[in-house]
Write a protein that binds this ligand. Structure first.
Ligand SMILES: *Cc1c(COP(=O)(O)O)cnc(C)c1O
Length: 222
């Protein structure tokens, strides 16, 4: 571990977020540092301060950030962005957790890829709690059917549910809905909460929060 001004800054952010999570949650919460569109030196700095759990929302960019770092001890990578079926094999090869399962076709292509590679990432089902037409995720009313399909075809690796609430609405009711759906379906993991609302997510029972800008600093645009 080396100390630089940048790694001190990121270590400070990380400690602040972790302290807030410890205060808000009665359950353990995994802090996923979302490294999409972050400069490489910030990723290095996060690794320097001992962080090992990261999230990316594009498979291609994730390769650029992580393929050469994949062997780092304890590294855990979450895919948190929409997955195209033709990228399933790539995603299974790179990620430990895929949070954005949202339709039967993806369940099928992930299952094929996992069987072929004999590597079985943990899965989350993304739920479109706000029923927004442009947003990915299964509708709340179709969640149970998709849970059943994953349990049948990809047994033993369904961790829980994930959501991204509508930007312009209070997040609390969406977190509550996700927690209820998880309970009804016997799932224990809940990925909910980002930079603006990770404490709220933790209070509503999040087991995973996905924090980008509050962890690393503002993202590059584009
Ligand atoms: C970018 C992103 C995040 C992190 O966003 P911040 O507001 O920077 O914390 C979390 N979840 C998903 C799905 C994302 O795409």
């Amino acid at each position: 571990m080396s100390s630089t001004p940048l790694s001190d800054t990121i270590a400070g952010h990380r400690a602040t977020i972790q302290a807030a999570l410890d205060k808000s949650a009665s359950q353990p919460v995994e802090l996923i540092a979302v490294s999409k569109r972050q400069p490489d030196e910030r990723i290095e700095a996060a690794l320097d301060c001992g962080h090992r759990v990261f999230g990316e929302n594009r498979v291609q960019e994730a390769h650029e950030h992580w393929t050469h770092r994949r062997e780092i001890n304890g590294l855990k990578l979450h895919l948190i962005g929409p997955l195209q079926s033709n990228k399933s094999e790539d995603a299974v090869a790179l990620f430990d957790v895929i949070q954005t399962v949202d339709r039967p076709k993806i369940v099928r292509t992930l299952t094929e890829a996992a069987n072929k590679l004999q590597k079985f990432p943990e899965l989350f089902i993304q739920v479109n709690t706000g029923e927004e037409p442009q947003k990915s995720g299964v509708l709340p009313g179709n969640t149970e059917e998709l849970v059943d399909l994953v349990r049948q075809t990809y047994p033993g690796h369904l961790a829980g549910l994930m959501c991204i609430p509508p930007a312009e609405e209070p997040a609390g009711p969406h977190f509550a809905l996700l927690a209820r759906l998880a309970g009804e379906n016997g799932l224990s993991a809940l990925s909910m909460g980002m930079s603006a609302d990770y404490e709220l997510g933790a209070r509503f029972g999040a087991t995973h929060v996905r924090v980008g800008s509050a962890f690393f600093g503002a993202r590059e645009t584009g």
